[in-house]
Design a protein around this ligand. Structure first.
Ligand SMILES: NC(=O)C1=CN([C@@H]2O[C@H](COP(=O)(O)OP(=O)(O)OC[C@H]3O[C@@H](n4cnc5c(N)ncnc54)[C@H](O)[C@@H]3O)[C@@H](O)[C@H]2O)C=CC1
Ligand SMILES: O=C(CO)COP(=O)(O)O
Length: 429
């Protein structure tokens, strides 16, 4: 059996995205790779969507005598010079082994582990630009909270990234308000990584084609000296994969955990990629509803009612559309499920902006623009995307809370209508 000591290569890690959560995860990972030099290369490249940014007067970096403070500068240069993402994660010192890179292709060059962490509306285009630029046997982890709705139906980002780039992609999601994690306040997270069987030289019986629940099949035909195989998504889509060469440490649960686990960021590893991804995506719609009732001044009982129905709709959505792989326990027992619902409905951006929109009687988009300094809400667009998907099948009535949020955003109903809308027969079952 191979031990880590005999692996001649280390994993190079790249982060695709550098917003509030993207930069926080870059910090987490940069600390971990420095702690595990036997597994990972020390430098972590982080792709930054380049923009000009002027350091605000109240920043500790503001120096009226310096050009850096008086004129807008490239964000990448500010991050690399100050070791801080002054726009999206101000006030948090970043490890010096993070390199901000404006060139996405250059960021991922030679990386065997790609971490995708962008607002979900941008990921499709960014992945298109990465095609042909990644190592063919790279493996991915999506930290994105959202779903992709298209003519093909409703897909997980882990699947659509995997399919576009021809790689296996797992997911990380949890009760993780970025600023708290960045400040190293303790939290838990869930990482779903179901190692493709072709990555193992000695597959165990349950990893063989007929035994694997996700159906990853092993075909030891040599291609460029590596084993190949294919992975089958929860929706039955097949993606051809090149095995991770044996020169690299295997990406077992234990090794993937080492990439993210910190004393202040506790990782639980699972295999339910669909459950983890859906918990993170769908709770954002519920958080908008929680913000609406809070904005009305209705109190904690009302918010709890919305959360109760919300988690039932999350599970129902998973079971109805991703039946082959989703586990109820992922929603009820893991950080990515009930815990994320609670934290986001308590203090997340979706909750806060929805609350303000009701209090100030202004569209939520206007509040987002004013309050978030370029950060993006995911709950509003996810409410539209999920509604589009449900409406096509005439299933809106099966998900009254998700539908109510869409309907309120559309101006067809008022937040005061939520109790009646979710009271419909069968709701929450
Ligand atoms: N912020 C948080 O507390 C948490 C966020 N998440 C999830 O992580 C994902 C990423 O969120 P954040 O890092 O917080 O992003 P963010 O909300 O800070 O968004 C800003 C990011 O979007 C980028 N951006 C803006 N326009 C773009 C364009 N046209 N193309 C590409 N990128 C562009 C900006 O450069 C910046 O990196 C989301 O799905 C979110 O739901 C998950 C856990 C916690
Ligand atoms: O996902 C989050 C916490 O886990 C953050 O939620 P918001 O995007 O609503 O801030």
């Amino acid at each position: 059996m191979a031990t880590l000591g005999i692996h001649s290569k280390k994993h190079k890690v790249a982060i695709v995205g550098s917003g509030n959560w993207g930069t926080t995860i870059a910090k987490v990972v940069a600390e971990s790779v420095a702690e595990h030099p036997e597994l990972f290369e020390e430098t972590v490249q982080m792709w930054v969507y380049e923009e000009q940014y002027q350091i605000p007067k109240d920043s500790k970096h503001h120096d009226p005598g310096s050009e850096v403070s008086t004129k807008p500068q490239k964000l990448t240069e500010l991050i690399n010079g100050l070791h801080e993402n002054v726009k999206y994660l101000p006030g948090i010192p970043l490890p010096h082994n993070i390199v901000a890179n404006p060139d996405a292709g250059d960021t991922v060059r030679d990386a065997t582990i790609l971490i995708f962490n962008l607002p979900h509306q941008f990921i499709g285009r960014v992945c298109d630009g990465l095609k042909g630029k990644i190592v063919p046997y790279a493996r991915g982890i999506s930290c994105i909270k959202g779903v992709e709705v298209s003519d093909k139906g409703c897909e997980l980002f882990s699947d659509s990234i995997g399919e576009k780039l021809g790689i296996y992609c797992g997911a990380l999601s949890g009760a993780n308000i970025a600023t708290e994690v960045a400040l190293e306040k303790w939290s838990e997270t869930t990482v779903a990584y179901d190692p493709p069987s072709m990555d193992s030289k000695h597959p165990t019986p349950h990893e063989t084609p007929t035994g694997s629940p996700r159906g990853s099949s092993l075909n030891l035909t040599a291609l460029s000296g590596h084993a190949t195989g294919e992975i089958i998504s929860p929706k039955g889509k097949k993606t051809k994969l090149l095995a991770l060469p044996s020169e690299y440490p295997p990406l077992t649960h234990a090794n993937v955990k080492k990439l993210f686990h910190r004393p202040y960021f506790h990782v639980r590893m699972v295999s339910d990629v669909a459950g983890v991804s859906l918990g993170g995506a769908l709770k954002n719609i519920v958080a908008v509803a929680a913000g609406f009732v809070e904005g009305l001044g209705w109190g904690n009982n009302a918010k709890a009612a919305v959360m109760r129905v919300g988690i039932l709709e999350e599970v129902k959505f998973g079971k109805m559309f991703f039946a082959s792989s989703v586990k109820t326990e992922t929603f009820t027992e893991e950080s990515c499920g009930v815990a994320d619902l609670i934290t986001t409905c308590s203090g997340g951006r979706n909750f806060r902006c929805a609350k303000m929109s009701i209090e100030e009687k202004k569209p939520i988009g206007e509040i987002e623009e004013r309050e978030l300094n370029g950060q993006k809400l995911q709950g509003t667009s996810t409410a539209y995307e999920v509604n589009e998907f449900l409406a096509k099948q005439g299933l809106e009535g099966e998900f009254p809370l998700f539908t109510a949020v869409w309907s309120i955003l559309e101006g067809k109903h008022k937040p005061e209508d939520i109790p009646a809308l979710i009271e419909r027969e069968g709701s929450g079952k």
